[in-house]
Design a protein around this ligand. Sequence first.
Ligand code: NAD
Length: 260
Amino acid sequence: MLKGKTALITGSTSGIGLGIARAMAGQGCRIMLNGLGDPERIKVLRSEIESEYGTETRFHGADMTCPDQIAALVESAAAAFGSVDILVNCAGVQHTAPVEKFPPERWAAIIAINLSSSFYTIHHAIPYMQRNGWGRIINIASVHGLVASANKAAYVSAKHGLVGLTKVVALETAGSGITSNAICPGWTRTELIEPQIIARAETLGVDIEAGGRDLLAEKQPSRQFVSIEQLGQLALFLCSPAADQITGAAMPIDGGWTAQ
Ligand code: NAD
């Protein structure tokens, strides 16, 4: 489905971003990976994707707190593959604390990585999409782009901002062949939420699995984690012709979390 297309996926060295990279590679898309991590491990990831799906990958280690590095990331994808057709903004971090104790430097980092980086990638990638009259912008927001939870001031603010950015870009690109949408996952078992599962298990004096079940019981009516594969398939659907008229949407995939 995506043969000949190019996808740049920020935060794709683990978790949801890596899952979306695999889903898109599986459809023949060439992939620009980005994120933090051990260079040797990233080399292995690239060769796994290339041999499993027979497609090309590149890696750029741009730090999502640095606008100059983000510009270089987009230019490097365009130079390697000729364009940027699909942009998935997935890089993200978390920190939990009550607002009066929230460290200002964590606030600044979360706003930079979870929100501002998407402005910069979109800003630099859109001209390539406009040139081809086709593009897909997929912002990995969160249920926290739609509703709040205590102790997540920066994360909730950034994700609400990302949903707003998604809508503005949708209006500015409407009818041009470019769509802009946000995916809003509920709890998905990745490194990002592991500290919250561990903290819950410690508070309750239970094992990690029981800690995870307790987190789910509090917010996610299905009491099941969203899977990385399900998120990959939703991203693929947004790239399909069936989704040509879906733009400006913030799509929950959350086991009923935001229905409450
Ligand atoms: P993860 O920790 O596995 O992935 C985060 C990715 O962002 C990694 O590749 C990491 O290297 C990258 N990253 C972090 N800081 C960076 C920086 N400064 N520069 C470049 N890359 C950086 O966690 P995940 O759960 O896969 O998170 C991916 C996205 O999904 C995040 O935006 C997160 O907010 C969102 N999300 C996650 C969940 C969940 O339950 N896991 C739910 C809703 C939304």
